[in-house]
Design a binder for this molecule. Structure first.
Ligand SMILES: [Zn+2]
Length: 232
């Protein structure tokens, strides 16, 4: 930046300070999307250091997974809920990148995640993608890739048909419904690779399970899953 544009940048920041997407306080120079206090204080799961964490146990027997990782605990009324709301509904795609970088730093230091080849976000239906303008899981994946030695793979795992809001259905019917909806365009590319499949919020795990079962049909594929937040 030259002196004039640096001055202009500071001036604009003075009138429209960028706010922390977690607590709402003004960001200072060097802070990006989330203030340092919040970065320090977020409810981290530390699942990268716990192979048999609560979400891994929830998925046992349903799908064969190498590693299960979640960055944060989600609680109603908490900072993470506020942040995820901004992320999903207020056109703030950078929240995903920022959280991805924080998570990627943890995973880059964890041996069990060192050999991941591809990071694959759970795909959004094209109609929803057009509505929102971005796939929140893909933003998270991009952030992860900044810190990890892995490529983001988009457009290979695809959604085949739209599923409507499923919150009122039982877990079984939700699974039956989801099972139909994912497909892989180029399976050879993923054969024998270690894939990290990522979603935004994990609750029952049925979406990751449905995508994962499709991916695990590929010969030699090793599957790990990750998410930004876990809501009990
Ligand atoms: Zn903050």
């Amino acid at each position: 930046m030259n002196r004039v544009s640096a001055y202009l940048h500071d001036f604009i920041a003075l009138i429209f300070p960028e706010l922390c997407q977690s607590c709402g306080s003004s960001l200072v120079s060097g802070e990006d999307v989330i203030c340092m206090n919040c970065v320090y204080d977020l409810p981290y799961t530390n699942f990268h250091q716990q192979p048999d964490n609560v979400v891994a146990r929830q998925l046992w027997g349903r799908i064969k997974l190498e590693n299960v990782y979640v960055l944060l605990y989600f609680s109603k009324g908490g900072k993470v809920q506020n942040m995820m709301h901004q992320f999903k509904y207020k056109n703030m795609p950078r929240i995903g990148n920022r959280l991805g970088e924080i998570a990627g730093k943890q995973l880059a230091a964890a041996d069990r995640f060192k050999d991941i080849d591809f990071i694959i976000p759970v795909p959004l239906h094209p109609r929803k993608l057009k509505q929102r303008g971005y796939n929140q899981s893909a933003q998270f994946a991009e952030g992860l890739a900044v810190k990890m030695n892995a490529k983001v793979e988009i457009g290979n795992l695809i959604r085949l048909k739209h599923t409507d809001t499923q919150t009122k259905k039982s877990r079984f019917s939700r699974y039956e419904n989801m099972r139909e909806v994912f497909g892989v365009v180029d399976p050879e590319r993923l054969a024998g690779k270690h894939v990290l499949l990522v979603d935004d919020i994990i609750t029952t795990g049925s979406t990751l399970e449905a995508c994962g079962l499709v991916l695990l049909e590929i010969p030699g594929l090793i599957l790990s899953v990750g998410a930004i937040a876990y809501a009990e």
